[in-house]
Write a protein that binds this ligand. Structure first.
Ligand code: FCB
Length: 459
């Protein structure tokens, strides 16, 4: 046994969820429909036609779920607020019962000494805003800033960190280019308009929040940055990797932190879009000051320039014809995602080099496995423990190399509706029996509790 490896003092530990993935109660207390209600109810869009109608029934079980978090010793909880619960049509008058749900959740967390971290947008756009063009139109960004201000005013005194968007990469590209997420669009040009309007939404919301939040409150943005490695040292593969880094990472990071879109990205995309959706003042708005960058990491990508051969085995990278993501060696999670903790170290070290003054927070990391309930009634998910151990070790490696990582949220607190994969993929530290809604604490949750209590990884 080697000696334990400690995390920095004050390191924030938590688990994460998102509203549509756990709440259910989709038409209760005035909640309006979101694009995920529409999408999941469209035949063929999710595995087994699963929807979030009931999910983990968290809306009705919030009290016992918070008690469970407390029993697990979680110091923090990252959840998202459903825009269509608070503003059923995206704008207009507030739906007080919807807002009250989150207000009560925050109070329950604080009563248990659990620090709330709330995300304002985890993909559940109010359907009426989609009907008016969704993220492809500018107005959605303006509506988002109003919604953010409203939530900031109502709850901001009790939530130390508010995140504007979760993974705009997914909203833009999976939602508008590949069509595997809501709203299911398949037009690359629309995806880039969505990128810009999501960036704008973030910036306008960050400024609006700043005016209503107490001093000391933190504003953040969570990105799923792509740790892209070239398949070979050929000039073509290296350039395809630069391109993927541009359209996946720098297209968000540069406007947010430097107030401009990267020149190589504008150049690369000349045959897709002219960026005519960028108006005067937008980049200044997008680069509003930010306190924390949230990083979600699951696995890296290996990128090559397209060829007949690799297009047969690999997958075209979303929203571009210039890059292919190649298959990678295992081991894999149940999602088929390669397990590669070193990619997390590389990503964190790169971010700390590129953005030396920006504190980082790992807002999601975790894995789906084929969990089973054993004869003893427990879930012995040693593979998840190994995954978490590997990635926490990778986080320590990055910290040792100078990365300013302030905390870690495991994805996810409990098994839930995994978007297009429905309920087939289980990411939870806690198992959910979807027939009875019984929660079973998995071995990984007990292990994670011990790591949290020690603020260290045992050897
Ligand atoms: C991320 C999402 C999260 C969850 C994990 C597995 O992309 O933010 O909601 O689905 O993947």
């Amino acid at each position: 046994m080697t000696s334990p490896r400690s995390f920095p003092a004050g390191f924030v530990w938590g688990a994460a969820t998102a509203a549509y993935q756990i709440e259910g109660a989709v038409s209760e207390d005035g909640r309006g429909p979101s694009i995920w209600d529409t999408f999941s109810h469209t035949p063929g869009k999710t595995v087994h036609g699963d929807t979030g109608d009931v999910a983990c029934d968290h809306y009705h079980r919030v009290r016992s779920d918070v008690a469970l978090m407390s029993e697990l010793g979680l110091p923090s909880y990252r959840f998202s607020i459903a825009w269509p619960r608070v503003l059923p049509t995206g704008g207009g008058p507030v739906n007080q019962p919807g807002l009250d749900f989150y207000s009560q959740l925050v109070d329950m967390l604080l009563e248990h000494d659990i620090e709330p971290l709330a995300t304002l947008y985890h993909w559940d756009l109010p359907q009426p805003l989609q009907d008016a063009g969704g993220w492809t139109v500018r107005d959605t960004a303006l509506r988002f800033a109003e919604y953010a201000e409203l939530v900031g005013r109502a709850l901001g005194d009790r939530i130390p960190t508010l995140t504007t968007l979760n993974e705009p990469w997914c909203s833009a590209y999976l939602g508008h280019a590949t069509g595997v997420h809501a709203p299911g669009g398949t037009d690359a040009a629309a995806a880039y308009a969505a990128v810009h309007h999501l960036n704008l939404a973030h910036g306008l919301a960050a400024s609006a929040l700043r005016t209503v939040l107490p001093g000391g409150a933190r504003i953040s943005l969570t990105l799923n940055l792509v740790q892209a490695r070239p398949a070979s040292s050929s000039a073509e593969d290296v350039d395809a990797t630069r391109h993927v880094d541009g359209i996946s990472n720098r297209i968000f990071l540069d406007p947010v932190f430097h107030g401009s879109y990267p020149a190589d990205v504008l150049d690369d995309l000349g045959d897709v879009t002219d960026f005519g959706f960028v108006q005067d003042g937008d980049l200044a708005a997008i680069s509003a000051p930010l306190d924390v960058l949230g990083v979600n990491y699951y696995s890296p990508r290996v990128i090559a320039a397209p060829s007949d051969d690799n297009l047969a085995s690999g997958q075209p990278f979303p929203a571009t014809s210039r890059a292919v993501a190649l298959p990678q060696p295992g081991p894999y999670t149940a999602m088929g995602w390669p397990i590669d903790p070193a990619g997390l170290t590389e990503l964190l070290v790169r971010l700390s080099r590129d953005l030396p003054d920006v504190p980082l927070m790992i807002t999601e990391n975790g894995a789906a496995f084929e969990d089973a309930v054993s004869a003893d009634g427990a879930v012995h998910d040693d593979d998840r423990i190994a995954y978490l151990r590997g990635h926490l070790g990778a986080t320590l490696d990055a910290i040792a190399q100078g990365a300013d990582v302030r905390g870690y949220y495991a994805w996810s607190l409990m098994d839930n509706f995994e978007w297009a994969e429905g309920y087939a993929k289980r990411f939870g530290l806690v198992r959910v029996d979807y027939d009875t809604q019984q929660r079973i604490v998995k071995d990984s949750a007990r292990w994670y509790s011990r790591v949290i209590a020690a603020n260290a990884l045992s050897g």
